[in-house]
Design a protein around this ligand. Structure first.
Ligand SMILES: *Cc1c(COP(=O)(O)O)cnc(C)c1O
Length: 428
């Protein structure tokens, strides 16, 4: 697509955008009486205006019924979590029995590793990204130590080639084969939080299975951002949070995927709780745990209804828009941002080298986020952007992450961002 760096062009794109009306469904923080340019949906998604009503229903029913709300509420809390299986499954390309909502992300990663990281003397290694999100790094190393292994030997961190920022799928697969016989698990981000690189999950999973290891993905930056087909890709397990692209509020309830092939395997060890018990016998208060079918069998505690009500408000919007429409707009919107940044960099930055976009150019290898390395005084530039009403985020040592979110960002947002960036570069 041919882009132009003009306000008229941006407005034309907005006028012909089939999902533009969804912007109105979200609250935007204000700056000088106007909406900020919010490019931080990869960190905390905006609040859908409908959230209050969804939570209010549960508050009203709690006030009205007390404990009887478990059965009398409009959405009975006893089976509250079950309403989510269908829409969440659709969102991540899974069967309804393969997903569950519970706890928070890092907790779920631990719980899933209890079942899917069972190292033996021969097979004990885990492959992850070198620049893995710190919480995942802590989870992986502590799991390895918990099993009595040494993270220096057991944790294989994938580094990009010299002079490159992202991983090549071929290199990932080579590394998987290299450690094949000793490999227990490959655990990667579906989209790397730092570079914005989307992993090619299907071939990576395929290669992992050839070695006899399992493939899990942290989809914190992938759900609500990429079109996923976890079931067909034969991913073994995955987990994600819902407060980033899924707009379900700070610390919101998180999601898990466990492939159907493990649905009824009673030999899998797990840290069990009553909500993971077969619902038909859950209230018999028996001493023996009988896991529910599928991913639900990993639930531990009863559903956090207020957090899940917020998630429901957002999921209903996703259901209406569909990931197909979002993904279509996402490619164009991010492409437009890339075009504008490259143009500003070429025309206005010192030696044309102030900005390097480290996110892959290939559409298949990224979602909506672009990560920029700023060669000089990036932190100051980020601060000035914030002062001008652009909410982006800064990651040490020198990266600005920008996520134009197709659900609520406009082409005009991207244009205006470019205009502000250009002015800041020219006056610095
Ligand atoms: C956001 C994020 C987390 C955050 O974990 P919480 O348990 O929700 O605090 C963890 N891992 C990755 C890859 C993330 O992007």
């Amino acid at each position: 697509m041919e882009y132009l760096n003009t306000i008229d062009f941006a407005r034309q794109l907005d006028a012909s955008d089939p999902v533009k009306k969804y912007r109105e469904r979200f609250y935007f923080p204000q700056h000088d009486g106007k909406n900020v340019i919010y490019f931080c949906g990869n960190s905390l998604g905006l609040q859908p205006k409908s959230v209050k009503d969804y939570i209010n229903i549960e508050l009203e029913d709690w006030a009205k019924y007390g404990v009887e709300g478990h059965f009398q509420a409009r959405n009975p809390w006893f089976s509250y979590h079950e309403m989510f299986l269908q829409p969440v499954a659709k969102l991540v390309g899974a069967l309804p029995t393969e997903v569950a909502l519970m706890n928070s992300l890092t907790t779920n990663l631990h719980l899933l590793m209890v079942s899917f990281y069972r190292p033996t003397e021969k097979r004990f290694k885990i492959i992850c990204e070198d620049d893995v999100f710190p919480s995942d790094s802590y989870a992986l190393t502590s799991q390895i130590k918990f099993h009595g292994f040494n993270p220096d030997e057991a944790l294989i961190r994938l580094k990009p080639r010299n002079g490159e920022y992202c991983l090549r799928t071929d290199d990932i697969i080579k590394e998987i084969y290299k450690h094949g016989d000793n490999l227990a698990l490959v655990l990667l981000g579906g989209v790397n939080y730092y570079t914005g690189q989307a992993m090619e999950m299907e071939p990576i999973t395929f290669a992992t299975h050839l070695t006899g290891a399992l493939a899990g993905f942290d989809l914190a930056h992938a759900t609500g951002n990429l079109k996923l087909s976890l079931h067909n890709w034969k991913v073994d397990f995955a987990c994600w949070c819902t407060y980033k692209y899924l707009n379900s509020g700070p610390g919101g309830v998180a999601g898990i995927f466990v492939h159907e092939k493990f649905a009824n395997d009673p030999t899998l060890p797990r840290f069990a709780g009553w909500w993971g018990n077969d619902p038909s016998t859950r209230f018999q208060m028996s001493k023996d745990f009988v896991p529910a079918n599928g991913a639900s069998g990993w639930q531990v505690s009863n559903a956090p209804v207020l957090a899940m009500a917020a998630h429901k408000a957002s999921l209903d919007i996703f259901h209406e828009v569909t990931m197909d429409s979002l993904s279509y707009k996402s490619k164009r919107l991010t492409g437009y941002l890339e075009f504008i940044i490259e143009e500003i960099n070429k025309k206005y930055s010192p030696n044309n080298k102030l900005i390097t976009i480290i996110t892959p150019k290939e559409e298949a290898q990224r979602g909506c986020q672009l990560s920029l390395i700023i060669s000089n005084n990036g932190k100051e530039l980020h601060k000035q952007l914030t002062e001008k009403g652009v909410i982006a985020d800064w990651r040490e040592p020198n990266v600005i992450r920008l996520a134009p979110v197709p659900l609520y960002n406009s082409y005009e947002d991207v244009f205006t961002f470019g205009k502000i960036m250009k002015e800041l570069i020219m006056t610095n």
